[in-house]
Design a protein around this ligand. Structure first.
Ligand code: SF4
Ligand code: SF4
Length: 147
């Protein structure tokens, strides 16, 4: 039963990401993919993540090759304030990245980004309510480096 619920949650997270990606195309989203904002310490910002997104991320990332996961673990020590999936300046988990990663653009319109982020978070909350799944909102680097 729990597995079935998790599958449904992952499918719905993917749908929310698809919706989100379509919305991002409508806002100013210029990005050179330099990776600087994924080093939270040096960039000076924080990203957050919701529990259904983490479930989706872990479910998909665990299917990648063990050698990839070993590489991720070797690059960053636990609890560094940097995303462990940032390797050689690139996101190695781009397909499954979080809503905060998708929405943030350093040169973009912050008000539009905030409005889109709030709308997105509401969708994740509603998903948790519908599926009776515990809603959590966590600081991203701590959540990723814990596991
Ligand atoms: S949002 Fe800005 S800092 Fe982040 S990857 Fe894109 S260009 Fe680099
Ligand atoms: S998942 Fe990718 S985009 Fe998001 S913080 Fe980590 S390296 Fe950056």
């Amino acid at each position: 039963m729990k597995d079935k619920t998790n599958i449904i949650i992952c499918e719905q997270v993917k749908q929310i990401y698809d919706w989100l990606d379509s919305q991002i195309k409508l806002i100013d989203a210029d990005c050179s993919a330099c990776g600087k904002c994924c080093n939270f310490e040096s960039f000076g910002h924080r990203l957050f993540v919701t529990s259904p997104e983490l479930l989706y991320f872990r479910t998909n990332i665990n299917q990648l090759a063990p050698s990839f996961m070993l590489g991720v673990q070797k690059v960053h020590k636990p609890l560094q304030n940097i995303c462990p999936y940032l390797i050689d300046g690139k996101c190695t988990a781009r397909e499954f990245r979080f809503s905060g990663c998708r929405i943030f653009f350093c040169k973009g319109d912050i008000e539009k980004q905030n409005a889109l982020y709030e709308e997105t978070i509401k969708k994740f909350k509603a998903l948790c309510d519908d599926q009776n799944f515990p809603y959590q909102y966590m600081e991203l680097s701590a959540a990723l480096n814990q596991h």
